[in-house]
Design a binder for this molecule. Structure first.
Ligand code: AMP
Length: 192
């Protein structure tokens, strides 16, 4: 089973992806995590994307499609959860092609519907929690960069909602509910 979690930054995609990893043996593919790892390890790719990420803009389709392609080669018995990918129509088309090439497809696209006004608070809280726990704080988790990330979402990623709706693959969950309640809604869709 391959599933896309889609929603604006701070909607809870990463949190829910981790729940599915734990409960269903799925593999989480977060392009944001992969890009941050590349940045931290100072690879050529990391250096190339650092500035774009810090501005809250999207890195090129070619880069993220390449990262996903590599991971799909590894396979996953429980299937993949795509978290933060695809983010553009070109990425969505590429994902469809890659999955077809592996003899599989998408089983669900789940939108975490959230209230934008609440997102900035969530992002600020995520940065504070990370700092309190001694974890690295994301450089793009500031109210200023967040505005740009949200704009990129509406401009480049939100069109995917129509794309998957037209393919009858889109489901929605209330992303403002508690973490456990959101998880229950997602599980109900996957088990339907
Ligand atoms: P995220 O952790 O998903 O919020 O991603 C953090 C940053 O990584 C984004 O603001 C983009 O700069 C970059 N990024 C992550 N995933 C993608 C993607 N699928 N396409 C383009 N850029 C991405």
């Amino acid at each position: 089973m391959n599933v896309i979690l889609i929603g604006p930054p701070g909607a809870g995609k990463g949190t829910q992806a981790q729940k599915l990893v734990a409960s269903r043996g799925m593999v989480q593919l977060s392009t944001g995590d992969m890009l941050r790892a590349a940045k931290t390890s100072g690879t050529e790719l990391g250096n190339r994307v650092a500035e774009v990420m810090d501005k809250g803009e999207l890195v090129t389709d070619e880069i993220v499609i390449g990262l996903i392609e590599e991971q799909l080669e590894q396979g996953s018995a429980g299937g993949f959860i795509f978290d933060g990918f695809p983010r553009t129509l070109a990425q969505a088309d590429a994902l469809g092609d890659l999955l077809a090439r592996h003899g599989t497809g998408l089983h669900a696209v789940i939108e975490l519907v959230v209230d934008d006004a609440a997102l900035v608070d969530r992002i600020v809280k995520r940065a504070e929690d990370a700092q309190a726990a001694g974890h690295p704080v994301r450089r793009d988790d500031t109210p200023e960069v967040f505005e740009d990330r949200l704009r990129a979402y509406y401009k480049q990623t939100a069109p995917l909602l129509g794309y998957y709706y037209a393919k009858e693959q889109l489901s929605q969950v209330d992303g403002m509910a508690s973490v456990d309640a959101v998880e229950r809604q997602i599980v109900a869709i996957l088990d339907a």
